[in-house]
Design a protein around this ligand. Structure first.
Ligand code: FEO
Length: 414
């Protein structure tokens, strides 16, 4: 891989990680890329670095354009390890470079490196760096998705370098949206965007809406968005802004996703009449078993669906461990505007379904109660109860969904 010019004098100098399948617990079946950008101007400027394992790749790309010692400025948009953990090696080659970073970024960077000999310029929203013929204006984006985060806007090129925001975990030989869609499909790209949003940005919808409104208020003209992962939005940067607004507004399909685990197939057995009951009310339904489905994939489908039914056996009076783990993870992602219900089997005391509802309430989710709990194996009568609960849950889903999107389906259909 060599540097790719994305705008006159601005080059992608990043690295493609074809092999990563576990990105701090998030399953990445399509790998990812660590994008960073070199501005060849009077004052050579590097925007972001890459994950430390890939430092040689970015150095090779930089060297194809310039001696790293000539780098005068390094912009650190985000200090998470996948973007800043090569910084010490780059600084060793360009020791006189000035690092442009937010105040919170500097404090965090001090925890990772000995920065005592490095030169910093702390920046705030609206402040700029002139590289000779180009002006980089900084835009702080705290909690999108770390406290230190910011974006960099190159006015002369209408280019927004957006760090993690608007990215996707995709390893590809394509660098731009049009080339990727030609090689694969628009649908594949949209899936990657939603997967990334659901697993990383779900908690920050309100901030995303506010930040997009701020970008619009600042009157920034944008004809390219270059994130730190995946493809660069060249053909249609408006598409990704609209997708983010839709997701931040909690758009979802009128679908129930059943996520369950099972000990001796009793809870699993219940999914069949539940599914049939949901279908009988005309609502789409999908069933995912936790131990057969990567957690990040189940999170994505919950995010894309208006309602969830969680199935859990009772084990030692509490939820089955994989279900408890999943709901704890989901709680951290703070889903909003989703309807929830629970079901499961037990042998003597029960309690898992009750515990699931308690968690839904802690998450602030609207629920349909009391769910269904059956002793040992579902009897024919239990199956009828499951069918009926599925039907009622689907009817509530139809009603609930109207509050958000009207009687519409298909916005996020796979
Ligand atoms: Fe891609 Fe927040 O790091």
């Amino acid at each position: 891989m060599r540097a790719v010019e994305i705008k006159p004098g601005i080059y992608w100098v990043g690295a493609i990680d074809w092999a990563v399948r576990d990105f701090h617990g998030y399953v990445t079946p399509n790998g990812t890329s660590y994008n960073n950008y070199l501005i060849l101007d009077k004052h050579v400027t590097l925007v972001d670095t890459v994950k430390h394992d890939f430092c040689e790749y970015t150095l090779e790309n930089i060297r194809s354009l310039a001696d790293p010692a000539t780098i005068e400025n390094i912009v650190v948009n985000h200090i998470e390890n996948d973007h800043a953990s090569s910084l010490d090696r780059i600084m060793a080659l360009a020791p006189n470079a000035t690092i442009y970073i937010t105040e919170r970024g500097k404090k965090a960077l001090d925890r990772f490196f000995d920065t005592s000999k490095w030169t910093f310029k702390i920046v705030k929203t609206g402040q700029s760096l002139n590289t000779g013929t180009k002006t980089i204006t900084f835009l702080e984006t705290p909690m999108l998705h770390w406290p230190d985060s910011m974006m960099s806007y190159v006015k002369e090129d209408k280019l927004l370098i957006s760090q993690d925001a608007f990215g996707q975990h995709l390893a590809s030989s394509a660098r731009f949206d049009d080339a990727y869609c030609d090689q694969y499909s628009v649908t594949a790209l949209e899936h990657a965007v939603r997967d990334y949003y659901a697993n990383i940005l779900m908690p920050f919808g309100t901030l995303i809406k506010a930040k997009i409104a701020e970008i619009r208020k600042l009157g920034l003209e944008i004809d390219m968005i270059a994130p730190d992962h995946g493809i660069i939005w060249k053909k249609d940067p408006g598409k990704i802004l609209q997708m983010y607004l839709d997701m931040a507004n909690d758009k979802a399909d009128r679908r129930v996703v059943i996520v369950y685990d099972t000990m001796w197939h009793s809870t699993e057995h219940m999914t069949i009449p539940l599914m049939q009951g949901i279908q009988s009310a005309g609502v789409e339904v999908e069933v995912l078993k936790l131990r057969s489905t990567p957690m990040s994939q189940a999170i994505k489908r919950i995010w894309e669906s208006r309602a969830m039914l969680i199935g859990t056996p009772t084990l030692n009076n509490i939820m089955f461990p994989t279900v408890a783990e999943f709901l704890t993870h989901l709680r951290g992602l703070r889903p909003k505007n989703r309807l929830a219900g629970a079901f499961g089997s037990f042998g003597w005391g029960g309690g898992a379904v009750k515990e699931a509802y308690e968690l839904f309430k802690k998450m602030g989710l609207e629920t349909v109660e009391p769910g269904v709990e059956v002793l040992y194996r579902p009897s024919a009568e239990d199956e009828n109860k499951c069918f009926e609960f599925g039907r009622q849950f689907a009817e509530k889903t139809i009603e609930y969904h109207k509050k958000f999107d009207g009687n519409v389906t298909g916005e996020c259909r796979s």
